[in-house]
Write a protein that binds this ligand. Structure first.
Ligand code: ATP
Ligand code: MG
Length: 246
């Protein structure tokens, strides 16, 4: 397993919101984490990336990162796409991208990675010299993902990348995540868009009130009556029309 999280507990101040969860990602796989608002998804993602204090183990390729800062975890290759499409607003698209590839592990391949980013997001190349703050919301999300790519993640963590985007950009973001996955990147995806998330993922976990209550192949969860009833707004009970016919 490339990433193994064991018995992770975290919270805000004295309030624990994630109560000892364990999950893992095989290299090259995409794993989804779904759950209702307030279930603890963001807390769990912040914890594994070192942005929130936690207990438990976070093993990247066997090395426990649990005592490292967020910065050092990112250098090791566990990198989260920042929420709210956080980019440096006054800096150009080019400088936003290049500033994310300065440390030793990735520097040598910065130009090559930049080419990959432009291949994935031609729009960023067209806007290379434009200040990030002048990009649309969807373009800023592309830039935030592009910056994360520049850090050459071994595991990319995405927390609700489609949140607040127009339907067109939602499609674009999922297209890009699918394309990243095709490159062999290992991805951990938190998404309120449960249908898209399960369609793209290999495996998924369901988090409820800080506990993992269900896990399985994403294709199985997609048709699981419990998942359908709770997160997809449908159950596989026969519809009223079908009941009438029977
Ligand atoms: N900064 C904070 N301080 C105190 N409590 C917080 C803070 N952020 C979140 N919480 C609480 O922690 C719990 C888990 O929140 P978290 O943001 O991890 O949930 P989530 O699953 O990501 O939800 P959402 O789908 O709304 O993003 C919730 O009860 C929330 O109210
Ligand atoms: Mg959240």
């Amino acid at each position: 397993m490339l990433l193994e999280v064991r018995d992770l507990r975290t919270g805000y101040g004295a309030v624990e919101v994630v109560h000892g969860i364990s999950f893992e990602l095989a290299a090259g796989s995409m794993v989804g984490l779904i759950g209702a608002n307030g279930a603890g998804k963001s807390g769990a993602m912040h914890a594994i990336c070192g942005l929130l204090r936690h207990t438990g183990a976070v093993l990247l390729d066997g090395q426990d990162l649990a005592r490292m800062s967020a910065h050092d975890r990112a250098r090791a290759g566990l990198i989260m796409v920042p929420e709210g499409r956080r980019v440096f607003p006054g800096m150009s698209v080019r400088d936003n991208l290049l500033s994310a590839s300065l440390h030793r592990r990735v520097r040598g391949r910065a130009q090559q990675t930049l080419d990959t980013v432009f291949h994935t997001f031609p729009r960023l190349q067209e806007r290379l010299n434009q200040a990030a703050e002048t990009l649309s919301g969807g373009e800023q999300q592309m830039l935030a993902i592009g910056r994360t790519m520049m850090g050459q993640p071994r595991v990319m963590v995405l927390d609700e990348p489609s949140l607040g985007l127009s339907p067109l950009f939602v499609q674009e973001v999922f297209r890009v995540i699918g394309a990243l996955r095709e490159t062999g990147l290992t991805i951990l995806l938190v998404e309120q868009n449960v249908h898209h998330c399960l369609e793209l993922s290999d495996y998924a976990y369901v988090l409820e009130q800080g506990h993992i209550v269900l896990q399985g192949a994403a294709s199985d969860l997609l048709v699981d009556p419990r998942v359908r009833a709770a997160y997809l707004g449908t159950s596989n009970q026969p519809s009223e029309a079908e009941e009438v016919r029977q």
